[in-house]
Design a protein around this ligand. Structure first.
Ligand SMILES: [Zn+2]
Length: 103
């Protein structure tokens, strides 16, 4: 595993601060469960839109989804030719390879 180990969470506790004081309350960051490591910060331009919060939620469950996909692929294959590239099993294998650094 090359990525920061999960679980991750969406964390709304942190704000930015400038000469006018704190701002950006409740902006979604993705962090490790203990909050010590930032995985992803939402750009200021989109922080208040619901889509940014939804994106943060998807990012936060990525390690869990990745682990489940790997487990599903390892325990079952519905593909008869093992490399069709179109069935769910082969699509999952392609996602795993992409996540692990394949082009
Ligand atoms: Zn296939």
């Amino acid at each position: 595993m090359k990525h920061t180990p999960g679980p991750w969470k969406v964390d709304y506790r942190y704000t930015c601060e400038d000469e006018d004081g704190p701002f950006g309350d409740n902006w979604p960051d993705v962090r490790t469960l203990d909050g010590s490591q930032i995985i992803c910060m939402t750009p200021q331009a989109v922080q208040d839109i619901p889509e940014a919060r939804a994106n943060a939620r998807i990012l936060a469950v990525s390690p869990d989804m990745f682990a489940v996909i790997k487990e599903m692929v390892s325990c079952r294959s519905d593909c008869n030719d093992r490399n069709c590239g179109e069935c769910t099993h082969c699509k999952a294998l392609a996602i795993i390879a992409k996540a692990e650094g394949a082009e």
